[in-house]
Design a protein around this ligand. Sequence first.
Ligand code: BGC
Length: 479
Amino acid sequence: MKNGKSGGVLDRLDNQGATSFYWYLSLLATIGGFLFGYDTADIGSALPFIPYKLSSFAEGYLVAGASIGAAVGAIAAGPLTDRFGRKSLLIIDAAIFAVGAILSAFAVNVEMLLAARTLIGLAIGADSAIATAYICEFAPRDRRGSLSIIQQWMITVGILVSFLVAIIVLRAAPGAAGTVGWRLMLGLGAVPALIGLALRARMPESPRWLMLNGRYGDTRKALGILGMEVTDEEVKATAEQLKEEERRRENVSNWTPGVRRALIVVCVFFIFQQITGINIPFYYGPKLMAGLLQGPHSDAVNSAVAGVQVTAILGAVNVVATFFAFRYIDKLGRRPLALAAYAGMAVFILLAAAGVAFLAGVPQIVVVMIGFALFITCFAIGVGGTGWLIQGEVFPTAVRGRAAAIGASVDWVANFALIQVFPASQQAIGLAGVMVCFAGLSVLAIVFIARFLPETKGLSVEEVIGLFERQAAGKPGTG
Ligand code: BGC
């Protein structure tokens, strides 16, 4: 190994072939990603049909409460997962997701609904803090990118499925939208959560976390499930090396300059991931598009269905485009994908802005849709999944949970801030003006990535932190 000295069984783990079991495990780890997408997008479709009298606080909280809950859930998950492991937290999260969805479906008043949404938010945040960290701790180094991109893929599928469920529910029983319809949209999230709960109980704990916590017998068993036969002695020898590395770091402090640098890079990456506007088409899409599509005779259900249908097309583009991230993240690397993606996002959001500012009627809808679709495509290829991937791969095992959780929490705070700021900014400078700002921010993101994000493809997770340490010490990295 170049810089990471752990070697031994971890070296073998890093160089294993990714069997179908590895893909299955990544899928299980990212069921929370699916629910992250589903539960953040479903409220937009359900909101117009919630029959309770909603104060503006309650309405704002229903839409943005999941994001705030997620910021809190992420931060809480960090120390818990470093202390109790990745698997236990992933199981608890699945249970909270299920309870939150069931309570939403059977809510008898606004307060119960708000409480249920808070629970869902906590689970979204906690899961988003841990999922890719868990994957990065068992993934072979040359497949770590693709396996982690499954998180992003599941998020996009969750968003799309929430739109499809809304369309089916609203079309099948338009008259029941305000009674059973909205409850179904929110409650169906319980199904994947319960599946996750059942299956996550059987997944192996992270071998790196087990080793660091001295659980050698369990490490051997976990590695066995991952297809590696090792002896207790081999595990012990590698664990000693791993602990030695962590101890050396702890002599200074766990939060060495390299770890702090990595944390800042992840946090700033996440801030750009959000403030460049990706969630505007998803969260506000149904409303914005329903407005553009509303005819003189359309009723609430029809225009809501039309808005959701158009947004679902963008959701489908998002799912398909994520395939390219999955395909190329380990081949081309994190940096080139992210740089090219932000360049494309800047160009295409300007195209959509031009449509909003200078066109009307059908040509406006066409140009805005093309602009948004290509903007989302670029995001999906180089920005969305890249954020969640680097969050999982750049920290050392001893602090990975806490550091990754801080990153996730920053992502959610930025997400919340944008949802809050968007309506007022739209009023102040118009939708096109806001979109031009997104383009400017995408250009700033390019400058940031070019200067600060090192290339981490093909390195072991122990080598990655070495790279950040060297950069923090002012030595040239390989970035
Ligand atoms: C972001 C989410 C966003 C999604 C869209 C994720 O990477 O964190 O905020 O809704 O991508 O695909």
